[in-house]
Design a protein around this ligand. Structure first.
Ligand SMILES: [Fe+2]
Ligand SMILES: [Fe+2]
Length: 136
């Protein structure tokens, strides 16, 4: 089942929202590649892209937080770091067992659930801070 970025996930900062949309698209690409039983190479490429993109995206948010003295920066960055660790588990599982239903299950559990709740509960606060101070 495809996941969808919907307006209620908007944090109000275009760059961040666009990156979130891209993340959702790439997660769908990964889920589809697994569901269509694409080979190890194709699934591996989608995982690699997602891994790099997550780092780029977190870097963008962290850059804003540092630049504009966001008070919750350490906490927010801590969540990002934890997520990267979880994602490494998914990648390790892929490296060990290849593509398949287990990757779909792990993606839903580790990536989709986390992303939804992180955007709603954490990124939205950052978006509101940046907007409120008319920083971006
Ligand atoms: Fe974040
Ligand atoms: Fe984010």
């Amino acid at each position: 089942m495809a996941i969808e970025w919907t307006e209620d996930l908007a944090v109000g900062v275009t760059i961040i929202d666009d990156q979130h949309k891209e993340l959702y698209q790439r997660i769908n690409q990964l889920l589809e590649a697994c569901n269509q039983s694409k080979g190890r190479e194709v699934v591996g490429e989608t995982i690699k892209f997602l891994e790099d993109y997550v780092v780029t995206h977190f870097g963008q948010e962290e850059e804003y937080m540092q630049k504009y003295n966001y008070p919750d920066y350490p906490k927010h960055k801590g969540y990002h770091t934890e997520f990267i660790k979880s994602f490494q588990e998914l990648k390790a599982r892929f490296d060990a067992d290849g593509p398949g239903a287990h990757i779909v299950i792990m993606t839903n559990r580790i990536v989709v659930g986390w992303l939804n709740s992180h955007i709603r509960n954490v990124d939205k606060l950052l978006g509101a801070y940046l907007k409120d101070k008319a920083l971006v």
